[in-house]
Each structure stands twice: as C-alpha cells, then as structure tokens.
Design a protein around this ligand. Sequence first.
Ligand code: ARG
Length: 458
Amino acid sequence: TKQKLWGGRFTGTTDPLMHEFNQSLKYDQRMHAADIKGSIAYAKALSLVGILTAQERDKIVDGLKRVGKEWEDGVFKPQPDDEDIHTANERRLSELIGPLGGKLHTGRSRNDQVATDMRIWLLEEVKDIEESLKGLIRVMVERADKEKDILLPGYTHLQRGQPIRWSHLLLSHAFSFRSDLERLQQQVARISVLPLGCGALAGNPFVVDREFLAKELGFQSLAENSLWGVGDRDFIVEFLMWGSLTMAHISRMAEDLIVYSTAEFGFVSLSDAYSTGSSIMPQKKNPDSLELLRGKSGRIFGNMAGFLMTLKGLPSTYNKDLQEDKEPLFDSVDNVSASLKIAEGVVATLEVHADRMRQALTMDVLATDLADYLVRKGIPFRETHHISGRAVALAESRKCQLNELTLGDFKQLNEKFDNDVLAVFDFEASVERRESIGGTSKKMIDRQVSVLRAALAN
Ligand code: ARG
C-alpha cells in the first residue's frame, strides 16, 4: 500500500480499526474549499520568500484549483489512506502535478492549517447565519408593526397579569434575538485571527509574510503567539455558546407559542406547513416544529458542554483531541441555521386569533389599574393595592366581573371612589397608559419597531 504522508519513521502498519478511528475526512471534507483557499494563499507566500519560483507557484495554484473543482463537481475520489481533508487535498495535488506538490507543505503543519481552515469555514457560515437571524427578526418586526391593535393578557407565572399588546410580546422575543445578532457580529473579530504561519507550534522558519497571508485570506489580525495559534479553539467554544444562548431564546419563544396554540388558550394556530398529525388520533394537529426547536436547544447545549470538556485538560498547543472540535461545531452550525429558518417560517405563517386573546382579558387584569386610580386620588399605593384586592375578592364572591360592582360597593371600600372609576375598566386605556419607554402603549411599540429596524440595518 501507499505510504502515509507522515510514514517515514514508521515500519509497522496502522491497525485497521485505528485507521478508521483516526480518520476525519468523512466529516471534515465539508471544509474542502477553505482548505484549498488557505493553500493557495500559502503557495503565494512561499513564492514571496523564494521557496517556490513564480512558475512553481502558478503550477501549484493551478493544481489546487483543479482539486477544488473536483470537490465542487462531486468527482473528488477519496482514497482509503486519506486521513483528513488536508492530506486528501495534498495527495490529489501531487497526483495532478507530480512531486512539485510536495513543496507546498514547506514550513506549514496541519496544526496551523486546520486551525486556519476552521476559521475560514466558520467566517463564511457566520455570514449566512447572520442573514437567517436577521430574517427572523425582520418577520417579527413586520408582524408586530401590523398587529399593534391586538390585545391579550400578559402573564407572569403563567397567570394573567396585565393587558398588553400582542406586538409587545412578539417584540420581547425579537429583542433577545437582537442581542444574539450583536453577539454574533462581535465574535467575527475573534474568529478572524489567522493561525497560518505558526507552523507545528514554534513558528515559521522560512519567515513567510504572515501579514500578506492575512490580507490574502481577508483576516482582521494575526495569531501573535504560535503556540496559542495552533492550540486555541476559543472561537469554536464562543460560537457554541452563542448557539446555545440563541437556541435558549428560540426555545422560550417556542414554549410560549406551544402553550398559546393549545385549545385551552387558542390564541394562535400554526400553519399546516409547520405542523404534523397523529398516526392514531385523527383530530390532532401537533406543533412539531416548535417542539423540535425547543428540543434541539438541548442538543446544542450538549455540543457546547461536550467540547468544553474535551478542551479543558489539554496540554499546550495541538493535541489530537482537538479533532473533536469539528462534529459539535458542524452540528451546531447546521441545527442553529435550520432552527432560525424554521422559526422564521413558523412566525411568518402563524395565525393569530385576536378574538380569543380579547376573550381572555378578564376584568381582574385591571386590578393594578384600579389601585393606580386611587393612587391618583392621593392614597399611598400600599393601601390602594389592598383596597383593589378587596374589590377583586368581592367580585369573586359575587361571581361577577370587577366592573360589575356598583359605585356603592366601591364607595364602601373607599370613599375616594367616584363615578369616573368606570373609566378604569378599559383595556385599551390601560395599555395606552404604559407610555414610558419600554411600555406597551402604541407609541412605545412604534419606538421598539424602529430600534429593531435600525439594528437590522447594521
Ligand atoms: N484532522 C486533524 C484535526 O482535525 C488535522 C490536524 C492533524 N495534526 C496532527 N498533528 N495530527 O485536528
């Protein structure tokens, strides 16, 4: 059989199961374009320091492009001895251009190569994820802008609390996603740090121009310490953490919508496009999309926790344990991307039942407003809270709504009650009173919409 790339000092062969165990090509081949890109830049850097002539450089670059094209056309043929994407591409390069291919790896190690590839790959993915996240926020903002007139009870402890606008609730989730957007954008500077030129661990003895490499590859900065450059995977941990928090937000929104889509609430219906049926109960329409969003969050947290455990005890620089960064990262990228798109689809196609939301607004959610009414007549809030509570208890004992108590009833609770107390029992007026910044009044919804629109423009 053919010699392994590193086979010089070996006399024995690799155990077949070990060979299989060691091989990462089945999953790291998705970085093929990043690997080719990094190698092309490196070939150019080698020619700048005279390791390659201009002619050799062009032959290598051309060969690398041909290898890249094979991947794109789906005709690249992995060989049993290809350990990973780096060895596969180099093996194929040498098949295409001959022994000259063996000059490419001068001064380079798979250690700086793989760290570079991962960063190139992730930077590309982050761009797409940013667009998906913006898409989700945009759909929420547009809905909120259109559906400002819909009122429902706002809940704490899942108990009716105070009336709010439906848009206010929707935007509360959008604000979580805005923070996620900021955090994603802020990560880019830390992903965009170039390890290429760090060599195996100690640096590059051919003194390749690393600033040239960074420019070629569009990186913002350089790894300033080669040991750090080959051993650092914080950018992966940070992305996994980002994905976890983003999924926690998606999951909480999903939970709201799952509860609201029950027959008992009936506030929203999921479109058929995002629901599934039961194999036995013909009437069922289950919110599987939302349940999967909620469920996948657990797996994304697992990727983060799992990789941190892999990382935490490692000695300095490169250790093969680091190959275990790929599957959790790829899995999180895939599942967070899909989750963002599904969440966008669910929200875009959700049917909102304004009438059911309105029916859920019982008069007791205005008990705070009733207490506030007396505050405006000069009574301390602690007392008005108590008085309003007694009004609630009285209505409850009479099995009537709060606004069905007579003026006489109210006056018995406190003489400051007057005819104008009836004006308290108006849900619209209640939400409109919450007009300080962050409140649920129409004007403050408009403000939130414009704040979020500005964030989307960044
Ligand atoms: N496939 C390896 C990884 O993903 C590439 C680096 C291998 N380096 C080494 N020294 N064995 O980490």
